[in-house]
Design a protein around this ligand. Sequence first.
Ligand SMILES: [Cu+2]
Length: 145
Amino acid sequence: MKNRIVRWVAWAAAAVMVTLAIGALTGTPIEQTAHGAQHRAGGMRFIRIGDAPAGDDAPTAAADGSQVVVDNFSFTPATAAVPVGTTVTWTNHDDIPHNVVSPEQKFKSPVLDTDEKFSHTFEAAGTYKYYCSIHPRMTGQVVVR
Ligand SMILES: [Cu+2]
């Protein structure tokens, strides 16, 4: 059993080396090449060479607060912090309909089915609480600064 694992690891390492060599010859970016190798190696994650530590200026699409995912009866992030003037988009990834309602009537989405989106632009600083009126225990807030 142990020998099999060792052989498999050696094979996987060799596959990565070959792929990287091909990538170097063809000019394919290493990230793409490594990603391809990952798929050919059966989806094992340990050979992801492209996972270098991200710098401060790396794209962080989900972390800027303008995108809120609705899934599994919750809003993520529950607190979205955004600058004034940001358009926040909620996307329902649940297979249950939800909506996004401000109890102070600052905004109110229609009922969102799976994969439907709702956006609202926040033009003034403040804390905007909201909830799903279909499932009122689902709450979140947008903090605009
Ligand atoms: Cu809901």
